[in-house]
Design a protein around this ligand. Structure first.
Ligand code: GLN
Length: 485
């Protein structure tokens, strides 16, 4: 599909109606879903209603917002009033939220058109979207490969052109890694920039909602629309949201030297050589665009993964305690007492990966182990944060590969959780430190699978990340390639 700005122009000039644009997305969804399985629910009727409302505004001569009439996919862990929100879990199979999450409310207020709810790993736990209880999403570039995860449905939907942009959530890499695997742009904002009211919690000290787009500009426009203070989220930051696109320039020379640090620890063992080559080339390109390149060491970066796999499951085990057959969704019938209703509901409602996380988390938080695991992991988290703080004394932006490999084959890692967890080696430290990170296409491997470049910014410097990403994108044409579906 065309970009947000192109579609906006077509709407304003009355070359096309919002209903026509929405219908294009719905037709694409109908044609591609048998192959891609990106959506858990398609909300065609509501989408067309929203589109008609935009057309009525245009007909009445009213001004419309930049997102009005733009088809958007929403990850199915964000509550949408009156529309199922399953988190790709059996335990929420029949859950229909009685309220709207802040992000979707903001989008609807801007006139955006939600075309459906996208597939994910159950409760956003995973890196391949294979742990969804309902369906496995395919990578649009090669249907036998995974789209990454956990926001794999949102990434595949944008890459396949089923919608223009989409929302994902990122706890340890779930926006950036699928963006990398699907050849699109994905941004995880600073912790607290986007309200999480209505986002089903996974690990509350790490979760953030963020945008997917085919281009940096599309992602930047979407982030601006969803960011900002919300009194309903106690971690929400009171900050002004800039127009990120206002300062876009095709190079990095105009605004004084921008210093980019290459994290040495992310190159080496475990990194695919094609990925390494593509990222190294991208760094040269950034230099050619005017950036000053520095080599930076973050020695504690590699402890991110082990500490994350204590912290995230611990928080998840607490957050998921609420699914007990009483308040939400599934309840197993015919239990002889309350305890057996709890346990049977949870035993049948949760999938294997979710159960694994609950067990790890419950263990790590239990008396006698708390100090050895959870507290220790939190201390390591502080050290990782310090590494970033030191790095940002010398540079403005950090660069790494987004993921160690390109998209792998479906089924390849499902029986080996550890190798699945390794996917997020480069993205997890960013969540632990609450920083913004973006992934954008920087090449393709020999199988034609996209490679992602990760840029990491200082707290609340999404503007800088977008600028660097935009300049790189303009100098390359990776974003122009499209999967042949
Ligand atoms: N793959 C990581 C996990 O399984 C990250 C998931 C996420 O960011 N939601 O926890």
């Amino acid at each position: 599909m065309a970009s947000i700005r192109e579609l906006h122009e077509q709407l304003v000039k009355k070359e096309r109606s919002a209903v026509e644009i929405t219908q294009e997305a719905l037709d694409k969804i109908q044609a591609l879903e048998p192959k891609l399985h990106s959506f858990l629910h398609v909300t065609a009727q509501q989408a067309l209603e929203q589109a008609r409302a935009v057309d009525a505004k245009i007909a009445a001569g009213e001004e419309i917002s930049i997102l009005a009439g733009i088809p958007i996919g929403i990850k199915d862990n964000m509550c949408t009033k009156g529309i199922p929100t399953t988190c790709a879990s059996r335990i929420l199979e029949n859950f229909v939220p009685p309220y709207e999450s802040t992000v979707t409310q903001k989008l609807f207020d801007a006139g955006a058109v939600m075309v459906g709810k996208t597939n994910l790993d159950e409760f956003a736990m995973g890196s391949s979207t294979e742990s969804s209880a309902y369906q496995v999403t395919a990578n649009p570039w090669d249907l036998s490969r995974v789209p990454g995860g956990s926001s794999g449905g949102s990434a595949a939907a944008v890459a396949g052109g089923e919608c223009v942009v989409s929302l994902g959530s990122d706890t340890g890499g779930s926006i950036r890694q699928p963006a990398s695997f699907c050849g699109v742009v994905g941004m995880k904002p600073t912790y607290g920039l986007v309200s999480r009211y209505g986002l089903v919690a996974y690990a509350s000290s790490l979760d953030q909602i963020g945008p997917f787009g085919r281009t940096v500009e599309d992602a930047a426009i979407l982030l601006r629309a969803i960011a900002g203070y919300d009194s309903k989220d106690s971690t929400s930051l009171k900050v002004e949201i800039p127009d990120y696109t206002a300062s876009f320039r095709p190079d990095l020379k105009a605004r004084g030297k921008i210093r980019i640090g290459v994290i040495t620890e992310t190159f080496g063992e475990g990194l695919d050589s094609v990925v390494e080559q593509a990222v190294t080339k991208a760094i040269d390109q950034l230099q050619a665009l005017g950036a000053e390149i520095h080599v930076i060491s973050c020695p504690r970066f590699r402890y991110g993964l082990p500490s994350y796999y204590i912290i995230a499951p611990s928080e998840a085990s607490a957050n998921l305690a609420r699914y007990d057959g009483v308040k939400y969704g599934l309840r197993t019938p015919d239990a002889e007492n309350l305890l057996s209703m709890y346990t049977r509901t949870r035993a049948t409602g949760f999938g294997a990966e979710v159960k694994r996380r609950i067990m790890i988390g419950t263990y790590a938080l239990s008396a006698g182990y708390y100090d050895a695991y959870y507290l220790k992991a939190q201390k390591v988290r502080t050290l990782i944060k310090q590494d970033f703080e030191n790095a940002f004394k010398k540079v403005d932006v950090l660069v790494t590969p987004t993921a160690p490999t390109t998209a792998f084959k479906a089924g390849e890692k499902t029986t080996d959780p550890l190798s699945m967890y390794l996917n997020d080696l480069m993205t997890i430290p960013v969540n632990l430190a609450g920083l913004p990170g973006i992934s954008l296409p920087c090449g393709f491997d020999d199988n034609g699978m996209p490679i992602g470049l990760q840029l990491i910014g200082k707290v609340l410097r999404e503007d800088q990340l977008f600028q660097v990403a935009y300049a790189y994108e303009q100098a390359t044409n990776w974003h122009l390639r499209q999967p042949q579906l």
